[in-house]
Design a protein around this ligand. Structure first.
Ligand code: RM4
Ligand code: MN
Ligand code: MN
Length: 418
């Protein structure tokens, strides 16, 4: 008999599998100074160099055991392109963190005022495409699988641009970019319905992103940023459709209340992330054909490969919370919600669904969400040699104070994100 405080062995086993299979990528820009369009609040511990971003990512990984890769933004992290790869390699091995997705930057330079890949000026479209091609080259040199494309393109006033022409330009550009991918690489197409353009954006939703991914070629996929939806949109249904059509490439996780708020994952609506995680875990079972069978072992290898094909990334910029603390909090929350979703008895759920027993299905679903999984997560951490409470360990370890003392004098001079 196990005591009330120690979880049952079968449950532990299930939890360990879930957490062993869960990894999430941290964004380099999450460690840098950022602000709002009204101003920037500088933090003395913020990272201002690539080396410092790697050091911070390593600290998060040391505490959580779940973040072995870091997403890079080309202009902010590798301003000299492939010439920066040498330094990157050194940092990767020094800090035990690998370069993750490579993000082209098509929104910062002056020439992009009226768009990048959809700019009416053919010369500017070409420059933007060249930057995407350079980014693919950089990703190849880093050994990075994913090139993650977000466009700020759009228009602010009705009639001021031809939406149709811009679709054609995008199709052409993405097709050309796709042709430059190596066999192991993927092009992830991110959508967003607003900001910085407010009348139309060129890739506004998952339907447009799906079409463009298909038009680009077989190695293109859709990237779902949870902050890039209208209020009340059913994101888990979008996830279910993208899984069904084989077009889901990955996520930028964050939370939002009004717009692209970039709040920490699960801070406003943890149930939504749980519902998305359920679709993903359910998706695996459906795809590997075991949804109604009783054994779970067989799925493990297939599930792992499916999971690894899915890029789980954080896209958050913290300007009020401490950056490393917010990142650790995000990763721990993601692990807890992933674990909760793994507790859903999907065979039983499928039976309730088949019988249209609404309340039983709903209670089973909610029951998993309301389970306190923190003891399971703590047991997993203990078994994997990690700190039982990563946030507490961060506070007690003094890393942030040391970083602030070393970096404090420099951080005021840098621009956002870089
Ligand atoms: C955008 C989008 C991109 C991110 C930039 C900084 O809203 O989410 O993924 O790279 O912000
Ligand atoms: Mn994003
Ligand atoms: Mn965003």
């Amino acid at each position: 008999m196990h005591s009330q405080n120690s979880p049952a062995p079968e449950l532990l086993d299930q939890a360990f599998k879930a957490l062993d299979g869960f990894q999430i990528e941290v964004p380099s820009w999450g460690f840098a100074n950022t602000g709002t369009r009204f101003g920037k609040f500088v933090q003395p511990a913020a990272a201002t160099t690539l080396k410092e971003k790697f050091a911070d990512a390593a600290e998060v990984n040391r505490l959580t055991g779940a973040t072995p890769t870091m997403a890079l933004h080309v202009l902010w992290d590798l301003p000299n392109g492939v010439r920066d790869i040498g330094e990157l390699r050194v940092l990767e091995s020094r800090y035990g963190i690998r370069a993750g997705s490579i993000n082209p930057n098509l929104f910062q330079d002056q020439q992009y005022k009226f768009g990048s890949l959809c700019n009416p000026d053919a010369g500017i479209r070409r420059q933007a495409l060249d930057h995407v091609l350079d980014s693919i080259e950089i990703a190849r040199a880093c050994g990075s699988r994913d090139i993650s494309l977000w466009l700020a393109d759009g228009s602010n006033y009705p009639g001021s641009q031809s939406m149709r022409r811009r679709i054609e330009w995008l199709e052409d550009a993405l097709h050309t970019a796709h042709a430059a991918l190596g066999p192991e690489q993927r092009l992830l197409v991110e959508y967003k319905p607003f900001e910085p353009a407010f009348y139309h954006t060129d890739i506004a939703d998952w339907g447009m992103a799906s079409h463009l991914a298909r038009a680009a070629g077989p190695q293109a996929r859709v990237l779902v940023d949870t902050g890039h939806h209208y209020n009340a949109q059913n994101i888990e249904q979008i996830v279910a459709w993208l899984l069904h059509t084989g077009l889901l490439g990955g996520f930028h996780f964050n939370d939002r209340r009004y717009a692209d708020d970039d709040l920490t994952l699960g801070s406003i609506d943890p149930y939504q992330i749980f519902r998305i995680f359920h679709e993903l875990q359910n998706g695996h079972e459906l795809q590997s054909g075991h949804e109604l069978q009783s054994e779970h072992e067989l799925q493990n290898e297939q599930d792992q490969s499916l999971l690894h094909a899915m890029a789980f990334m954080i896209d958050q910029s913290h300007n009020l919370k401490g950056k490393i603390e917010a990142t650790v909090q995000t990763v721990v929350t993601a692990q807890e919600l992933w674990l909760k979703a793994s507790l859903i008895n999907r065979e039983l759920l499928a039976r309730h669904q088949q019988a249209c027993d609404i309340v039983a299905a709903e209670e089973l679903f909610r029951g998993a969400f309301w389970t306190d999984v923190r003891p399971l997560a703590a047991a997993w951490r203990a078994a994997r040699g990690l700190a039982p409470d990563p946030l507490k360990a961060l506070r007690e370890g003094g890393y942030v104070e040391r970083a602030a003392a070393e970096r404090g004098s420099r951080s005021a001079t840098v621009s956002s994100y870089a």
